[in-house]
Ligand binder design. Structure first.
Ligand code: SAH
Length: 242
C-alpha cells in the first residue's frame, strides 16, 4: 500500500512549528517518513517538538538533505504541491485524483509529495523534478494554506484513497465477474420482455441504460444471485408460491 512507500518532503522550511505540526499531521494519518531539504531552522527546536506532540519520533527519524534530488533518490512518482496556478508547463492534478493515482500505483518504489517554502513555495526548477503539480482546490481568492495544514490534507486523502483500495481488494467485497453480469443482463432482458416493458420503449436503449445502472453499482456475486432470484420470481410467480 502507498502509505509505507510515501515520503513527505519539505523544502526550505523556515518555521520549526511548521515542521513539528507536519510530523503530527503525518503521524495521525499513519505516515512516518519525513525528508527535509535545506531546512532553515532546527527540526528539533523546542517549538517543533511541542507542535509535534506525540509524533516526536517522526522528527527524530527525519532525514536532512542538501538538495531536492537527494531527497527524491529512488522515487518512482513525485508530486509537487503548489497553491499557484502557473503557466501550463507542468502536468497538473487536483489533490484527490493525485492521491487515487498514488494509491493505485503498483511496484515497491517510494513516492514523494513535495511541499514548498512558507513564503515563496517551490521554484520552477523544483517543480520540474516532479511528475505532477498538485493543487489543493481551495478558494481561488485565497488558496494558500498553511504548510502543515496542506500536509494534513494530503495525508488524509492518501489514507482515504488507500482504504478504498484496501476494502475493494477484500475477497468478499469483489464485484461480480463480467460474465456473471452478462448472464444477469440476459435474464433482466428476458424479464423486461416478458412483462411487456421492452416493447413500449426502444429496447436497445433501455437495456443499455439498465446495464449502465448495474455496472455503476458494481454488485457482488452474491448480490447478482439475489437479483436473479428476484427476476425468476417475476418470470414465474406460481412456481415459487408455496
Ligand atoms: N506563498 C506560497 C505558498 C506557500 S504555502 C506560494 O505562493 O507558493 C507552503 C506550501 O504549502 C506550498 O509551497 C505548497 O507546497 C503547500 N500549499 C499551500 N496551499 C496549497 C494549495 N492550495 N495547493 C497545493 N499546495 C499548497
Amino acid at each position: 500500500m502507498s502509505v509505507e512507500r510515501t515520503r513527505i518532503v519539505l523544502v526550505g522550511t523556515t518555521h520549526p512549528g511548521n515542521i513539528g505540526a507536519t510530523a503530527r499531521a503525518m503521524r495521525t494519518m499513519g505516515l512516518t517518513r519525513l525528508e527535509l531539504v535545506d531546512p532553515q531552522c532546527d527540526p528539533l527546536d523546542p517549538e517543533a517538538l511541542a507542535r509535534a506532540a506525540r509524533a516526536e519520533s517522526v522528527l527524530h527519524e527525519a532525514r536532512v538533505h542538501p538538495d531536492l534530488d537527494a531527497a527524491l533518490a529512488g522515487c518512482r512518482l513525485v508530486f509537487g504541491l503548489s497553491a499557484r496556478s502557473r503557466a501550463e508547463r507542468h502536468p497538473q492534478l487536483a489533490l484527490r485524483p493525485a492521491a487515487e493515482r498514488a494509491a493505485g500505483e503498483g511496484g515497491d518504489e517510494p513516492m514523494a509529495w513535495v511541499f514548498g517554502r512558507e513564503r515563496t513555495g517551490l521554484t520552477n526548477a523544483e517543480l520540474d523534478r516532479c511528475h505532477f503539480r498538485v493543487q489543493i482546490p481551495a478558494d481561488p481568492e485565497y488558496s494558500s494554506l498553511n504548510l502543515a495544514q496542506s500536509v494534513q490534507l494530503v495525508a488524509w486523502e492518501l489514507r482515504m484513497a488507500g482504504r478504498q483500495t484496501h476494502l475493494g481488494a477484500a475477497a468478499e467485497e469483489q464485484p461480480a465477474a463480467a460474465d456473471t453480469l452478462e448472464r444477469f443482463f440476459d435474464h433482466l432482458e428476458e424479464m423486461a420482455g416478458a412483462v411487456g416493458f421492452l416493447d413500449r420503449h426502444n429496447p436497445e436503449l433501455t437495456m443499455r441504460r439498465l446495464r449502465n445502472i448495474y455496472r455503476r453499482a458494481r454488485p457482488t456475486e452474491d448480490e447478482v444471485r439475489m437479483l436473479r432470484g428476484l427476476l425468476s420470481h417475476i418470470l414465474n410467480p406460481r412456481r415459487w408460491r408455496q
